[in-house]
Every structure is written in structure tokens, then in C-alpha cells.
Design a protein around this ligand. Structure first.
Ligand SMILES: C[S@@+](CC[C@H](N)C(=O)[O-])C[C@H]1O[C@@H](n2cnc3c(N)ncnc32)[C@H](O)[C@@H]1O
Length: 246
């Protein structure tokens, strides 16, 4: 009887109706899409036009937690915006980019992956790579050179989006989770003190994909951490101090 009923249902009902009935029978929740059933996000610019993008909530927390390390000679990719916001007792606020963009005082115009002889070795106390790693084509080369330019005992502070839209207008290569970045860091930064964490959850990821701003979610919603839904991955790397055994 049950078998005959199932055969009848599969012949007569649409797949969507069948799923709906199955969910009802099993007590599974039915989504109410409202205006979320859409092919275009609310923002085409990560939510910048509405407020602060979701992933930047985690970026700003990461920088704030490490502001004591953003000091002395600091190098930042693109422009020294976060160096100036979070740094203290700065001796140098240098910048590096592969293209000359809107920042007139660019210190090094070079591909980081090919920066030997351009950016000095063992020079910087801190290298900031905010929301950048995903667009670095030769990612292993860039990570190796990031370490090369930091002084012994100096740090790299990097963040990169995972479950966020691809960067429009830039090639976007690497949306990895914490495991992927841990693997790459092990290859490029052997012997270093490396800490990699992912931030986000299902709601934050959906909101980021739709282009909402973090101000539109509650603090508790943003801070719930579910590693299955990495919105932002943060990487801390300290180069071994001079003379430290590897
Ligand atoms: C997404 S932006 C960076 C971050 C920005 N300050 C922010 O807060 O989002 C990435 C920057 O990295 C630069 N870039 C891409 N590949 C590079 C490379 N191989 N070497 C140096 N800079 C590179 C891009 O030109 C761009 O200015």
C-alpha cells in the first residue's frame, strides 16, 4: 500500500511538492524566503554601500587584537590604511603593490612573489596583508617573500575571505578554509609560530554572500563560530628570532 502510494506520488507530484511533503511529514523546517529568493545580491560591492562588509567585522577584530604588534617598520599591501588606523610608534609606513593604484606614495611597485632585491630581507617588524591572500596568483611565492622581508621575531598579519563573493575586477584565486591555509603556511613558513583561525557561521556566510553589512546582524550572530562556514580566515605568523633553533 505504502509502496503504491509512493509510486503514485512520484508520478503525479512535482519534485518540489514531494520535498515539501517529505519535510512536513518528517517535521523538517520549511524556509520562508521573503526577499532572499533572489539572483542578484543586495549589494554588488560586498555591502560597502550599506555599511561595513560582514568579513570586515572579523578583520577589524583581528587587527585590534594584534595592534600591539603593528609598530616600528610596517609594510602593508596596497596602502598603509590599516597601519595608520591600528599602528603605534611607527618608524616606517611602507606599501607594496603589483599595480600603481589610487595610493600615490607606493613604496614598492613589484610582484611580491618576485620581490627579491627590491624589498629588503629581514627588514620589517610587521607585514599587513588585509583581505589580500585570495588575489595573489603565485600564492606560495608571495607567502615565502612575505616571510623573507620580515625581521627575525617580526610578524605577518594576514586575512582572506572564504565564503564571500569573488573580488569583482580582480582575479580571485584562493578561497580556502583554515585547513587549506594551514597546508600552504606549512610549506611557505616552516619553523615559524603560525596561528590560523576561521571566523563565521551559516548566517554570517549567507549575509556576506548577499552583500549585507555586518551592522545588519547582531554581535551574537556574528560571533557564533562554526568552522564549517568560514567567512574570513586569519593568519598570524611570527618569524623565529635570530639564533632561535628551528
Ligand atoms: C584586495 S586588495 C587589498 C587589500 C585592501 N587594502 C583591503 O583592505 O581590502 C589586493 C591588493 O593586492 C594587490 N596585488 C595583487 N597581486 C599582487 C602581487 N602579486 N604582489 C603585490 N600586490 C599584489 C592588488 O593590486 C590589490 O591592490
Amino acid at each position: 500500500m505504502a509502496h503504491a502510494l509512493s509510486g503514485w506520488a512520484h508520478r503525479r507530484l512535482s519534485p518540489a511538492t514531494l520535498v515539501h511533503l517529505r519535510c512536513r511529514l518528517r517535521g523538517l523546517e520549511i524556509p520562508r524566503w521573503g526577499n532572499l529568493r533572489r539572483l542578484q545580491p543586495f549589494s554588488d560591492y560586498f555591502g560597502f554601500d550599506r555599511g561595513t562588509p560582514i568579513d570586515r567585522y572579523y578583520l577589524l577584530q583581528f587587527l585590534d587584537a594584534h595592534r600591539h604588534l603593528i609598530t616600528g617598520r610596517v609594510l602593508e599591501i596596497q596602502m598603509p590604511g590599516y597601519t595608520r588606523l591600528y599602528g603605534h610608534d611607527l618608524v616606517a609606513t611602507d606599501s607594496v603593490d603589483i599595480v600603481r593604484g589610487s595610493w600615490d606614495d607606493l613604496t614598492y611597485l613589484v610582484d611580491l612573489a618576485d620581490s627579491g632585491g627590491v624589498i629588503p630581507d629581514d627588514h620589517y617588524d610587521c607585514f599587513l596583508l588585509p583581505n589580500t591572500l585570495c588575489v595573489l596568483k603565485d600564492i606560495e611565492g608571495c607567502l615565502r617573500h612575505a616571510l623573507r622581508v620580515v625581521r627575525p621575531g617580526g610578524v605577518i598579519l594576514a586575512t582572506t575571505g572564504a565564503l564571500i563573493p569573488m573580488a569583482g575586477g580582480l582575479h580571485d584565486y584562493w578561497h580556502l578554509g583554515a585547513d587549506g591555509w594551514t597546508e600552504l603556511a606549512a610549506r611557505a613558513w616552516p619553523g615559524c609560530d603560525v596561528r590560523i583561525e576561521s571566523h563565521g557561521n551559516c548566517l554570517a556566510a549567507v549575509a556576506a554572500m548577499l552583500g549585507l553589512a555586518h551592522e545588519e546582524l547582531d554581535k551574537e550572530e556574528l560571533e557564533h563560530n562554526d568552522p564549517r562556514y568560514p567567512v574570513l580566515v586569519t593568519l598570524f605568523c611570527r618569524k623565529p628570532a635570530a639564533g632561535a633553533s628551528r
